[in-house]
Design a protein around this ligand. Structure first.
Ligand SMILES: Cc1cc2nc3c(=O)[nH]c(=O)nc-3n(C[C@H](O)[C@H](O)[C@H](O)COP(=O)(O)O)c2cc1C
Length: 160
């Protein structure tokens, strides 16, 4: 396998771009994540891969709970703010207004298009990320004519 062609081949996979969050008591982390997908209808499962060396992974592993914020095409700047370590000041994270989810205690962004809270059912720690499978227990969506933030359209890459 040619490593360069492997990288280019893997980068043809398509993704959205969300802000995932986890909390353990007062401790809170959130990060921009593109390795996420639905994984079952009944029960409603999602799966996401979180970097082993991130606070987000550590808090998801500890609390076994996660929140996911789905973003619109207009929210590229918001997503970019979540590449950096989480900074919480009062009711803002990275400068964006949020509330703690009733189930997860994790960050639900006021401006998210849709949000989910989920209970971790399985975790596979392999390679440099942990794949979490989680059952959606809370969800809501803001009404409006939105277009999702799509990784390919941002020009960013995370994969290869
Ligand atoms: C374009 C892009 C996509 C990313 N996708 C993921 C991802 O799918 N999973 C992940 O764990 N981190 C991903 N990251 C890294 C996180 O956004 C972020 O760096 C990390 O959650 C912050 O680490 P911390 O929790 O230790 O503060 C991505 C970063 C970039 C720039």
């Amino acid at each position: 396998m040619d490593p360069e062609r492997k990288k280019r081949a893997l980068r043809t996979l398509t993704y959205g771009m969300v802000v995932a969050s986890a909390a353990d008591g007062e401790e809170l982390a959130a990060g921009a994540v593109n390795w996420i997908s639905q994984a079952s209808f009944v029960p409603p499962l999602i799966m996401l891969a979180l970097r082993n060396d991130s606070n987000l992974q550590r808090l998801a592993e500890r609390s076994q709970r996660l929140a996911v914020n789905v973003l619109t095409r207009q929210q590229k700047d918001l997503a970019a703010a979540f590449f950096k370590p989480s900074r919480v000041e009062a009711d803002r994270i990275q400068g964006f207004s949020f509330q703690r989810g009733s189930f997860s205690g994790a960050a639900i962004l006021a401006d998210a298009w849709a949000w989910l809270e989920a209970r971790v059912t399985d975790a596979v720690k392999r390679g440099d990320h942990t794949v979490f499978v989680a059952e959606v227990v809370e969800a809501d969506i803001r009404e409006g004519d939105f277009h999702p933030l799509v990784m390919w359209e941002t020009g960013w890459t995370y994969g290869g």
